[in-house]
Write a protein that binds this ligand. Structure first.
Ligand SMILES: C[S@@+](CC[C@H](N)C(=O)[O-])C[C@H]1O[C@@H](n2cnc3c(N)ncnc32)[C@H](O)[C@@H]1O
Length: 191
């Protein structure tokens, strides 16, 4: 089941709406990190995170066209450390081993009703100390794209959504100019 309001505009326009470098810097990726990206879209972040990490990147999307374009973008970048999967994450989860990855990206996807399920899946596959990084469109200003304002989560909704999922917030949230905000949560002890 595709997340509501998760279709993409033309690629160059999409990329122009995000401070890609600034957001990747905020992730503070360490070398050789294993990273899962849920809903990779055009690979806007897949390519730079693959370069930064050098470790295995597991990129998922439900749309064959997105996987195809993202794969092509990774190929053109010369990176060979991305494993793509065409998969409905809401229906099937990631299929990744529990407690096995360093970071999970939930970028521009948590406006769905299944927010807690995605956070639970992220928590399940993260190692202790691993990070789930979330970005989404701001609600406090007009933005040229993004799902309907009332669907967009804010930080408080995220903080309310992960109770009991072995994740904790240590203050790493910020506005990611111009149109996004981000929050990072840390996995506690393995369940
Ligand atoms: C708004 S786009 C964001 C793309 C990318 N994360 C970014 O920020 O550039 C959301 C992506 O999630 C994908 N998606 C939606 N529902 C999904 C599902 N159930 N399983 C996997 N991917 C899904 C869409 O096809 C789309 O490519």
């Amino acid at each position: 089941m595709k997340v509501n309001d998760s279709g993409m505009p033309e690629e160059a326009y999409w990329n122009s709406l995000l401070d890609i470098e600034g957001i990747v810097d905020w992730l503070a990726i360490t070398e050789n990190s294993a990273i899962v990206e849920i809903g990779c879209g055009y690979g806007t972040f897949t390519v730079p995170i693959a370069k930064k990490s050098g470790g295995n990147i597991y990129a998922f999307d439900i749309e064959p066209s997105m996987i195809e374009i993202a794969r092509e973008n990774v190929y053109k970048s010369g990176q060979s450390n991305v494993i793509f999967s065409l998969r409905d994450i809401l229906e099937q989860g990631t299929g990744i081993e529990s407690n096995s990855v360093d970071m999970v990206l939930l970028f521009n996807i948590l406006h769905c009703n299944e927010r807690r399920m995605l956070l639970a899946e992220a928590s399940r596959i993260l190692k202790k100390g691993g990070i789930v990084a979330i970005i989404h469109w701001r609600k406090d200003i007009p933005t040229p794209r993004g799902p309907a304002i009332d669907l967009r989560p804010d930080i408080t909704q995220i903080l309310n959504a992960y109770e009991g999922l072995n994740l904790r917030y240590q203050g790493n949230s910020r506005i990611l100019e111009p149109y996004h905000w981000g929050i990072q949560l840390i996995k506690g002890d393995p369940a």
